[in-house]
Design a protein around this ligand. Structure first.
Ligand code: ADP
Ligand code: MG
Length: 709
């Protein structure tokens, strides 16, 4: 009898050689790993297409027929294996370009196969390239009994496999056999229920054992749906439970500084210096933060808001609350340019109040740096603004009351915690601000242990930015438009893509674009700034400043200007090769204009031919200015793992759940987890024993895994 923790090698039918390949190819070390190697699709044995009807290119089809011919044709790269499949309605060609030799040996002419693949058309004839082939097994009695052995089974699982596995007999069918052996051999105690009975009853969830069986061997679509629903819920629920438990524990165990006063700094600023009326959303979020800061618990809050929604004012006023209570405050930004800009603005706003504002970045060196470090440690600097340099080892504060992290998506999740250790008096409050909205489901996962505030209102008087899609044919008209806007006294951004992999070409592109613009917009009438990542910091800053001061009318740049830069007089954003940017990046870039009172424009220049996805990105930008809507589309198009800043997050690796599609399940899972923890924070109640045990065992597995890898 296998147990879930046994080495996969000892499962009947595996042995040392296959175990080796399973480990290497699929990361399957134990029987548990095999059990959680879920199918990626199922063969529905009741649904076959007729070959006669196969004439929709791109359509996925499943045929059942006899292999009538098999031969190798062509030489070198054109070498291919070609077969013909016949059913009672017709004949279709099957083509393989890879694993030709091996397939030639294993496929047998005259046998019956189930063939799965996509129809393609070549020279006016339909074929299937690289179909999945499965021999129709001769009818055999005695299928092992299943927990849901209702009618006859018509669904067969298909597992992710590889060539190497296939050669060891572990194709979809081989894996299917192993998993069946495993499931049939497991004692019921090996698959214990993890959810309280009241939950499974209330939400009509299949038992865990049944779900794990049916995810592999469903009798029909309904069984499969129920199994999937149960396992998705479980996956999301336990993650939420863990995240919310972190939050609860932190609140219970870490004492936070109490900011009980609203004092002179805050009040004088609010009454005399704040240059505008706060929006309703800014007020609400400030109240939420203020309430946190008075509780005596450490605040960990995410502030979400669209580009231009006024997060900086909220950050500044929060820092003033700290100052009013005798604490220092820090604000960390992801780039030098952005940190500089915050420093300039904030110094201007609060300098006269007697607040000492300091600046620290990698560019501040030697004596200057030493002086700042000394003042931070002595408490002579009240507010410090800086880059990553703030979290380096040698930075120490006297009494840091709050750290604010701007544009969180540019920082690793771990860096969030790094500012804590800077303070002899204990952990400061932490406020995290996003640059652009994050889809709700992602926020609940990536920042699931934080409280969340949303600034969902724009400052009044903003005219929505007009976005258009243009190509090379429109180049002259676009230039004419630039001239008109510049004649009105406005400024223009022209942004080029720049990524590491194609850096040299990108740089060439940028430079030739700059040269062309210099010809079309000649001095002395026009002045052009240029900023890119390969320039020295001082040169970048110089060019940037010329644009900020209005000495240049055009700014040619890479995405270094993407984050945070504020030039209210700039009213046109032209993005070259816009199809190469992600949606959130495009939205960020567009957010650089529309900051003044003037009507602003965003022009997306693309090549003529766009991929379907590229086209949808551009169309989304043209259609809407709503950052939350754009974030949702981005998630749907690219999947959670590709959203900026989430690539390394293991938290987003789900077996079944899909954050782009399972929002409802996630919301339910989070709400249920929250309710449970509110009533029973330590999961001490008898009905929560299973939850506690499962969380503990998951923790144990995670540790084992980290030792292996
Ligand atoms: P973001 O949320 O993108 O960081 P900022 O804080 O940079 O946005 O604010 C964008 C612009 O809007 C700034 O010029 C800021 O001074 C201005 N602003 C912020 N709040 C208000 C408000 N309530 N009324 C008018 N203008 C505001
Ligand atoms: Mg900002």
């Amino acid at each position: 009898m296998p147990s879930l923790d046994s080495n996969i090698e000892y499962l009947k039918g595996v042995g040392p050689q296959r175990a080796e390949v399973l480990k290497k190819e699929l990361g399957i070390f134990t029987c548990r790993d095999l059990l959680f190697h879920f199918p990626f699709r199922y063969i529905d044995r009741t649904k076959f297409h007729k070959i006669r009807d196969a004439h929709n290119e791109g359509e996925q089809v499943q045929f059942r027929g006899i292999l009538r011919r098999l031969e190798t044709l062509g030489e070198g790269r054109a070498r291919r294996l070609v077969g013909s499949l016949r059913d009672e309605t017709g004949m279709i060609e099957l083509v393989w370009f890879q694993a030709v030799q091996w397939l030639e040996k294993s496929l047998v002419v005259g046998k019956e196969y189930i063939v799965f693949g996509r129809i393609s058309e070549f020279n006016g004839r339909f074929n299937i390239t690289h179909p999945e082939m499965e021999e129709v097994a001769p009818v055999s009695g005695g299928e092992p009994a299943t927990p849901s052995s209702g009618g006859s089974r018509s669904f067969d699982p298909v597992y992710p496999s590889t060539d190497k596995l296939t050669q060891k007999g572990l194709d979809a069918k081989g894996l299917r056999k192993l998993i069946r052996v495993l499931l049939d051999g497991l004692a019921p105690a090996e698959l214990p229920e993890t959810l309280p009975d009241y939950l499974t009853a209330q939400y009509k969830l299949t038992s865990r054992r049944e779900a794990l069986y049916n995810i592999h061997f469903p009798a029909n679509q309904q069984d499969l749906d129920l199994a999937t629903r149960r396992l998705k819920f479980e996956e999301l629920f336990f993650l939420q439970l863990r995240l919310l438990q972190i939050r609860t524990r932190r609140k219970d165990s870490i004492r936070g500084f109490v900011f009980s006063n609203i004092g002179d700094f805050f009040n004088t600023f609010f009454n005399e210096k704040l240059p505008f009326e706060l929006t309703g959303a800014q007020k609400r979020v400030l109240k939420e933060i203020r309430a946190d800061l008075a509780t005596g618990k450490q605040t960990n809050r995410l502030v979400q808001g669209d580009v231009g929604s006024g997060k900086t004012a909220v950050a500044l006023m929060t820092m003033l609350m700290a100052l009013d209570n005798g604490f220092q405050a820090a604000m960390m930004a992801p780039t030098e340019i952005l940190a500089q800009q915050h420093f300039t603005n904030i110094t201007e706003l609060v300098g006269e109040l007697g607040v000492n504002v300091g600046f620290l970045s990698g560019a501040i060196k030697g004596k200057k740096r030493a002086a700042i470090l000394e003042k931070l440690a002595a408490g002579d600097i009240h507010i410090v603004i800086g880059t990553h340099a703030l979290i380096e080892d040698w930075v120490q504060f006297k009494n840091l009351g709050i750290s604010i992290i701007d544009e969180q998506h540019r920082f690793g999740v771990e860096q969030r915690a790094a500012l804590w250790k800077k303070n002899p008096a204990g952990p400061p409050h932490v406020l995290v601000m996003t640059a652009t909205p994050i889809p709700r489901t992602l926020a609940m996962t990536l920042y699931g242990d934080l409280d969340v505030s949303v600034i969902d209102e724009m400052p009044p008087g903003r005219k929505p930015i007009t976005t258009t899609h243009r190509n090379e044919h429109h180049r002259l008209r676009v230039q004419g438009f630039m001239r008109e806007e510049i004649a009105k006294g406005r400024q223009v951004y022209v942004v080029y893509p720049m990524i590491e992999e194609t850096e040299t070409m990108d740089l060439q592109n940028l430079m030739s674009g700059f040269e062309a613009l210099s010809r079309d917009f000649p001095t002395p009438q026009y002045q052009i700034s240029i900023v890119h990542g390969k320039m020295k910091a001082a040169d970048k800053d110089f060019e940037m400043q010329r644009f900020v001061k209005g000495e240049t009318q055009i700014m040619v740049a890479t995405t270094v200007i993407e984050v945070g830069v504020n030039v209210p007089n700039a009213s046109v954003m032209i993005i070259e090769n816009a199809e190469r940017f992600g949606l959130s990046q495009l939205h960020q870039l567009r957010g650089r204009v529309g900051r003044g009172a003037e009507q602003s424009f965003c022009i997306l220049m693309t090549s003529f031919k766009l991929s379907a996805e590229g086209r949808e990105r551009i169309q989304t930008m043209v259609r809407t200015n709503d950052g939350f809507e754009i974030a949702e589309t981005d998630l749907r198009l690219r999947g959670p793992g590709n959203i900026e800043g989430t690539q390394q997050s293991g938290m987003l690796r789900f077996l079944l759940a899909d954050l782009a599609r399972d929002g409802q399940v996630l919301t339910a899972a989070r709400e249920i987890a929250m309710r449970i923890l509110e009533a029973d924070p330590n999961l001490a109640a008898p009905e929560h024993v299973r939850l506690r045990q499962h969380l503990a065992s998951e923790g144990k597995e995670a540790r084992v895994w980290s030792r292996i890898s």
